[in-house]
Design a protein around this ligand. Structure first.
Ligand code: GDP
Ligand code: MN
Length: 402
């Protein structure tokens, strides 16, 4: 889960990392009131879950409360690469002498947290890494040993920070950032820029904070920070219903049981010339409730032109899934045609259940390949010919289809 800058800064503050005082605002009036309280020049900052806000016009300095209101009007509603600004963060403006960069993330290859630090902050860190790789100091922390103070010194000397007061402040921030990273089960804590003011004060001017979704149950306060308004409504619905749902860009909605099968289904849809609109993973389930929930999420995606239900029965029994599908169809009206492929435990019974009921708009196919082809044909409104494994009736592709 990605946090907004102001939420990340709340966490920074909790762990003792210096940040400027600020207030969230949702309207120009609130921005004005916030600026009045903060008393002095402020910076009006768009709160969106994407970087580069400065360049996109989402960050503006304001020298008075009236000016803050004006700048808020300009920024609210702005579309920054698909993210519409609904919330602002009004913060006491800082004077900037230097802009550094500090982050901690996971190096999955080495299975260790990785610090990165450079005095070339403020800009895109990928650019620093590419153009002046020597300026970017990288340092791994052994998770069993934990963070050691010498590691902060290595980062600071490595990057060439010479001022003793800066060194001391940055060393403290590095240690606290590690605490924040571990203490919130974060995947990324990034400060860009970490500034030095003309008075020599070091503080975090920006924050990028990502917390591991799988650890949110341990951090109720952070889980509550999720902005349901900004999230994709279908992803929110799926989360509420406990359905694994991923939005994609094509036209076939996909429902399968188990991540491996779902991934192969995406491949087979692509193989026959289609593109998945999304996918849902039923996991080990397949009871009517689970099927209804997943179908409800999938069919609400306006891009879905057909639905491909691909089930391999293991612990899940195909007849049960078939009954789940029928129960789901009784409870709701689904506009899109549905293609079902059942294989594995009780597949024949399952197919028979569907054949006996024969609901309108439901097509049963024997193999994954035939099912995929049918679903793509229905979605695109055309017959596929010459597609891989194409064999008219479709039995030739049976083996490959699994
Ligand atoms: P980003 O563009 O999304 O990374 O947003 P940042 O919060 O990093 O802000 C972008 C840039 O705006 C910073 O690198 C600063 O140059 C500038 N900026 C942000 N806050 C202040 C401030 O308080 N005072 C001044 N002078 N500049 C600021
Ligand atoms: Mn930034």
């Amino acid at each position: 889960m990605d946090l907004y800058e102001y939420q990340g800064k709340q966490l920074f503050k909790r762990f003792g990392i210096p940040v400027s005082e600020g207030r969230p605002a949702k309207t120009p009036e609130e921005a004005r009131a916030a600026a009045e309280e903060l008393d002095g020049p402020v910076v009006v900052k768009a709160q969106v879950l994407t970087g580069g806000r400065g360049k996109a016009g989402g960050i503006k300095l304001a020298d008075s409360a009236a000016d803050a209101e004006e700048k808020a009007k300009q920024i609210l509603g702005l579309d920054i690469r698909g993210h519409v600004v609904r919330t602002l963060w009004i913060e006491q403006a800082s004077d900037i002498e230097k802009e550094y960069y500090l982050s901690i993330t996971f190096d999955r290859g080495l299975k260790k947290p990785l610090f990165m630090f450079t005095t070339q902050g403020g800009m895109d860190i990928e650019e620093v890494a590419e153009k002046t790789p020597d300026a970017l100091v990288r340092l791994h922390v052994d998770p069993l040993e934990g963070f050691q103070p010498w590691q902060a010194r290595r980062l600071i000397y490595g990057a060439g920070v010479e001022d003793p007061s800066e060194q001391k402040q940055i060393a403290a921030i590095v240690g606290k950032l590690y605490d924040a990273f571990v203490g919130t089960d974060a995947m990324l804590c990034e400060i860009n820029p970490l500034i030095v003011t003309p008075d020599g004060e070091v503080k975090a001017l920006d924050s990028k904070f990502t917390v591991d979704d799988n650890a949110l149950y341990k951090h109720a306060g952070i889980a509550e920070m999720r902005d349901v308004e900004a999230a994709d409504p279908l992803e929110t619905l799926a989360r509420e219903k406990g359905v694994t749902y991923v939005k994609l860009d094509g036209e076939v909605g996909i429902l399968g049981n188990g991540a491996g099968l779902v991934m192969s289904t995406l491949d087979v849809i692509a193989l026959v010339g289609g593109a998945p609109a999304n996918f849902c993973d039923l996991g080990g389930g397949g009871d009517a409730e689970g099927v209804v929930d997943a179908l409800e999420v999938i069919m609400r995606d306006p891009q879905v032109k057909s639905i491909f239900f691909n089930i391999f029965g293991g612990i899940t029994r195909c007849d049960e899934v078939a009954r789940g599908i029928l129960a789901a169809l009784e409870r709701m009206t689904i506009e899109q045609p549905i293609v079902v492929r059942l294989d594995g435990t009780n597949a024949e019974e399952g197919r028979k259940v569907l054949a006996d009921a024969a609901p309108e708009g439901l097509h049963v196919e024997a193999t994954m390949l035939d099912g995929a082809r049918k679903a793509v044909e229905l979605a695109q409104g055309r017959r596929l010919d010459g597609a891989p494994g194409s064999a008219g009736g479709g039995s030739a592709g049976a083996g490959a289809g699994r």
